[in-house]
Design a protein around this ligand. Sequence first.
Ligand SMILES: *C/C=C(C)/C=C/C=C(C)/C=C/C1=C(C)CCCC1(C)C
Length: 276
Amino acid sequence: MIPDQLTSGQYQTVYNLFSLVIAAQLFTALYLVAAQPRVLARYRQALLVSATVCGIAAYHYFRIFNSFRDSFVTDATGGNGVYTQAPGESFNEGYRYVDWFLTVPLLLVELVVVLALAKKLQTSLLLRLVPASALMILLGYPGEISDSDATRNIFGLLSTIPFLYILFVLFVELTRSLDRQPETVRNTVSKMRILLFATWGVYPIAYLLPLLGFDGATAWVGKQAGYSIADILAKCLYGLLIYRIARLKSFADDPAFALEEGGHEGVDAPRSRVNA
Ligand SMILES: *C/C=C(C)/C=C/C=C(C)/C=C/C1=C(C)CCCC1(C)C
């Protein structure tokens, strides 16, 4: 539920966080596009998907930011007053869910693509992960925009079912099929899914804040902050780790490329050693 009123501090917090997310998503997207030549061709698809995810998020945060600015007004001069909901305007949480609906399946595609698993395994993983993640977001939305705690509970619970299914596929099914994969692939998988679990776990917690007895405005600001910070970690940091994995795998696959790029067997060599 959108609060009727925000203190100046609460308004500034949300304003600055949205602004930070735009900067983080936009420049991570640009960086990942520019970094394409720094990995082998077979890993570029993962980087492109990652850049696309950050680009889509940057666009939606522009909309979220504008919607936020339009929906709260203050009449005090000097910016120290209370902000109230602008008449006829309402903050649109829908942008966030459209953003997630597009980016969450793509984040799973990124993960599966960068692992460079066998085609059959790739397809079978994606056929389960992509629909489950889309369903998780679709089911969360009616609860997110509802003013009723009961509705929020029910849809939150329904959305948790595909969420748990995704974790099951990543932590149980994927592990089983990785038994015959090389050590490096297995290590990569475990690192990536721990990051995924840690960052994705923030969303249901932020969603629950309004139900945990925080007052309206505090819960709402906490929720926006939680979603914003989680979006930076789950998309930008995650994307940069995908890049790092792609780069290390490129070095391991092609020693000549590694030398040219100043790295060696999965470790970046100090510049001086390469140049000497
Ligand atoms: C970049 C955006 C990402 C990674 C968004 C992830 C979102 C979730 C994992 C959301 C999960 C939810 C639940 C598990 C239950 C409550 C409703 C949601 C949609 C917040």
